[in-house]
Design a protein around this ligand. Structure first.
Ligand SMILES: Nc1ncnc2c1ncn2[C@@H]1O[C@H](COP(=O)(O)OP(=O)(O)OP(=O)(O)O)[C@@H](O)[C@H]1O
Ligand SMILES: [Mg+2]
Length: 228
C-alpha cells in the first residue's frame, strides 16, 4: 500500500446524554493510502457518517488515535484543526450544509477565498458549470432542488483541489443519469490531483468504481477488501 494518509487506530466514539447515550464507534482501525479510493458501506445507523466526522476532524473521538497526513488530530486545538482542514480536506456532507444566506456562486467561492486562492469567483463559476449549474449561480440554497444543492456541495468541496475528499452519499439525491455524471466528475477530480477519496454510499455502481470496499456494521468494520 502507498504511504498512509489516513491512519486511525482503536477509535471510539459515544454521543448523546443519559439514556440516549449510544456507543457509535467501537474500536475502529483503518489505514488508507495516499491516492486510494475507498467506498464505505453498511446499513443505516452503522456509524458511517460518524466515522467520516471523526476522520475529517468535524467530531473528536473519545478514544484512539487519528493521524491525517502526519498530523495528530487529537493533539490539535480547534483553530489548528480548522487550519489543517482548510484547502486540504474537502467534505461533502449528507445534509449539504450550504450557507443559506449565500448564493450558489458564493457558497463555492468563499472557501476558495478562505484558502487564499486567486480568481475565486471565476473558478467557482467554472466549477458550478462543471456540475451542470451554470444557470443557477445566483440562486440561494432554498431556491435549489435537493440534487442541485448536492451538486453545489460537491463543487464547493472539490474546487480547492483538496488532497483528501470525504463524500457522504454524494449521489443519494440524484437521478441515475445525473448521479453518473457527478460520479464521473468526482473521479476525474480525484485522478487529476491524485487525491484520496473516501465515499459513503449505498450505490453498488459507485462502490464498484472504488479500489477498495470497507464495510461497517454496528460501529465496527466487518470487512475490508479490494473491489473486484
Ligand atoms: N448526536 C448523537 N447522539 C446520539 N446518537 C447519535 C448521534 N449522532 C448519531 N447517533 C447515532 O449513532 C448511530 C450511527 O449514526 P451514523 O449517522 O454514523 O450512521 P450511518 O451509518 O451514517 O447511517 P445512514 O446510512 O442512515 O446515514 C445511529 O444509531 C445514530 O442514531
Ligand atoms: Mg450517514
Amino acid at each position: 500500500m502507498s504511504k498512509p494518509v489516513i491512519d486511525a487506530s482503536a477509535v471510539r466514539l459515544a454521543l448523546g446524554k443519559g439514556s440516549a447515550r449510544v456507543d457509535i464507534l467501537k474500536g475502529i482501525d483503518l489505514n488508507i493510502g495516499e491516492g486510494d479510493t475507498v467506498a464505505l458501506l453498511g446499513p443505516s445507523g452503522s456509524g458511517k457518517s460518524s466515522l467520516m466526522a471523526v476522520l475529517s476532524g468535524l467530531e473528536r473521538a473519545d478514544e484512539g488515535r487519528i493521524t491525517i497526513a502526519d498530523l495528530d488530530f487529537g493533539a490539535l486545538d480547534e483553530d489548528a484543526l480548522a487550519a489543517a482542514r482548510r484547502g486540504r480536506i474537502g467534505i461533502i456532507l449528507q445534509a449539504f450544509h450550504l450557507l443559506p444566506t449565500m448564493t450558489a456562486l458564493e457558497n463555492v467561492a468563499v472557501p476558495l477565498e478562505l484558502s487564499s486562492q486567486t480568481d475565486a469567483f471565476a473558478r467557482a463559476r467554472a466549477e458550478l458549470e462543471a456540475v451542470g449549474l451554470g444557470h443557477r449561480l445566483d440562486h440561494y440554497p432554498a431556491q435549489l432542488s435537493g440534487g442541485e444543492q448536492q451538486r453545489v456541495a460537491i463543487a464547493r468541496a472539490t474546487a480547492p483541489r483538496p488532497a483528501l475528499i470525504f463524500a457522504d452519499e454524494p449521489t443519494g439525491n440524484l437521478d441515475a443519469a445525473t448521479g453518473e455524471a457527478i460520479m464521473d466528475l468526482l473521479f476525474d477530480r480525484q485522478r487529476e490531483t491524485g487525491a484520496t477519496l473516501l465515499v459513503i454510499t449505498h450505490d453498488p455502481a459507485l462502490a464498484a468504481r472504488c479500489g477498495r470496499i470497507v464495510e461497517m456494521r454496528d460501529g465496527a468494520i466487518v470487512s475490508d477488501r479490494r473491489a473486484a
